[in-house]
Ligand binder design. Sequence first.
Ligand code: NAI
Length: 265
Amino acid sequence: MGTYAISGSASGIGAAARTRLEEAGHRVIGIDLRDAEVIGDLSDAAGREQAVVQTLERCDHRLDGLVTAAGLGPPQPGASIARVNYFGSQALLAGLRPALAATGDAQVVQIGSNSSTTTPNLANDLIDAFLDGDEDRTVELIAETPEPFDAAIAYGGAKLAISRWCRRAAVHDDWIGAGITLNVLAPGPVRTPLLRAGEDDENFGPLLERFPIPTGGPTTAALMAEWIVFLLSPAARFACGSVIFVDGGADAMIRPDAWPASFEL
Ligand code: NAI
């Protein structure tokens, strides 16, 4: 049986993934602000360092997998969303990579979102600031969008950067060269406290109500956990740098021809 680290394990999708893995007999090291083996605040450098050090100690420097699910959504402030969702997750990926490499066939599921492709006007310089690891510049660029909609730009931007980083890094020696697969699961709306906070907000509630979900309403965290467990299973080892949309058809409906796309030689 394997040992898996899950950030955001105390609630929603992370908690459901934890339950599902434990039911299958695996050991889970949860990382969260509360109710977890490793208590750490992924919004700042000290908390991230603490989370990495304690996770490495608990897993004895060997991990079979990592799920980066900790996150905030609108209406939380844009800067906090960027710090937790992108930079917090990146710190775990970087800090835990040696433990993932130690097992030789580890698998990582990064939780993205279909907001990466359905949020309009995500500027390339913002995505580049994320990918450059420039947290101050990222927060500055997000602040150019007036509140409260800076939160939507931060959320979609962080998820697009997560996806792009995954596609770039997955095929490199540091990751697949060490036997580690990296993939992104990009959900659409899932019934969790994060979604509820958006629905209850006077600015974001009406937008979420209008967001298309061709299959019907939002799905459950338990369903997402099934996808996570599959992406951590041997059957998923041929997936490397994949961004898997499980979003009820929203991305297909909003931008049917955007991808897959060919390229020009
Ligand atoms: P949730 O609010 O139920 O769970 C998020 C967890 O992250 C909580 O346990 C929270 O304590 C933890 N967290 C927040 N800030 C943290 C910090 N500074 N340090 C450590 N842990 C922190 O939310 P949900 O919906 O389960 O979200 C999980 C992931 O799924 C997020 O990355 C979210 O962006 C993503 N997602 C969620 C969707 C939804 O509709 N619920 C849709 C698409 C993606």
